[in-house]
Design a protein around this ligand. Structure first.
Ligand SMILES: NC(=O)c1ccc[n+]([C@@H]2O[C@H](COP(=O)([O-])OP(=O)(O)OC[C@H]3O[C@@H](n4cnc5c(N)ncnc54)[C@H](OP(=O)(O)O)[C@@H]3O)[C@@H](O)[C@H]2O)c1
Length: 232
């Protein structure tokens, strides 16, 4: 079999970039998506000919579906898709600080609609390879975070993964929800003094799920730094 092909959204930095490096080392050919072509370019240079940059906003269905089609046209197959791109904003429903509600729309669209249409774009191709869909949820999608719309978007990703897996019964497609705790990335740069995972730790979890035999569907991976406050 030709080397497997993996698509990663949010690939330009953080968890997505670390996963791209780990997947390349494991022999995957890669399609790397984020909005910024400039941010993707150094990673594609680093990974070489088997990595393809596809600058694209995951909230733009025509652009996203065309990008996924391009992956199949270019590589001839799609074996794994990692719906990972996301955005985090502080919010308060009482109006006690946080982002202006005008900005909330982008977060909901990116984290919920973007993840959902990434699945919708990739799954027809994944059914042709008995492939694997992975989604980055969050530990915040399992517990209560006062005032956090981000947490609610990640609860939606928890539900998405479960509903997609239910629809995929009989297709051979595996669906894995990865739920990280705090990870040291640009997203958490302003949060100091708390334990954090490395982005590579999440990449290892993704590769663990991908590496199981075809009959094994790792449904959920919850991964948190030692000592993380259970309410974060
Ligand atoms: N860091 C944590 O502690 C943590 C914990 C739990 C879960 N997560 C989740 O992990 C995922 C990755 O986060 P990270 O920490 O690696 O964050 P990050 O370093 O800020 O990376 C986010 C990535 O998403 C891309 N992106 C954002 N909006 C996009 C859009 N509309 N279309 C396409 N790409 C978009 C960004 O690239 P462009 O800006 O170039 O588009 C970037 O590549 C997110 O879903 C996040 O919610 C993170």
């Amino acid at each position: 079999m030709a080397e497997p092909v993996m698509l990663i959204t949010g690939a330009s930095r953080g968890i997505g970039a670390a996963t791209a490096r780990a997947a390349a080392a494991a022999g995957y050919r890669l399609a790397l998506l984020s909005r910024s072509a400039d941010a993707l370019a150094p990673l594609v240079d680093e990974l070489g000919d088997d990595a393809l940059a596809l600058p694209c906003d995951i909230t733009d269905w025509p652009a996203l579906s065309a990008a996924v089609q391009h992956v199949e046209d270019h590589f001839g197959r799609l074996d794994a898709a990692f719906a990972n791109a996301g955005l985090s904003l502080e919010t308060s429903f009482l109006g006690n600080g946080g982002a202006d509600p005008e900005q909330w729309r982008d977060m909901v669209l990116t984290n919920v609609y973007g993840a959902a249409i990434t699945a919708r774009a990739a799954l027809p191709a994944l059914t042709r390879t008995s492939g694997h869909l992975l989604l980055t949820g969050s530990n915040a999608g399992r517990g209560i975070r006062p005032g956090s719309l981000y947490s609610a978007t990640k609860w939606a990703v928890t539900g998405l993964a479960q509903n997609i897996r239910a629809e995929c019964v009989g297709t051979g497609v595996r669906v894995t929800l990865v739920q990280p705790g705090m990870v040291e990335t640009e997203m958490t740069a302003s949060t100091q003094g708390v334990p954090k995972l490395r982005a590579e730790d999440i990449a290892n979890a993704v590769l663990y799920a991908l590496g199981q035999s075809p009959g094994v569907d790792v449904n959920e991976v919850v991964i948190r730094p030692v000592g993380q406050d259970p309410n974060r």
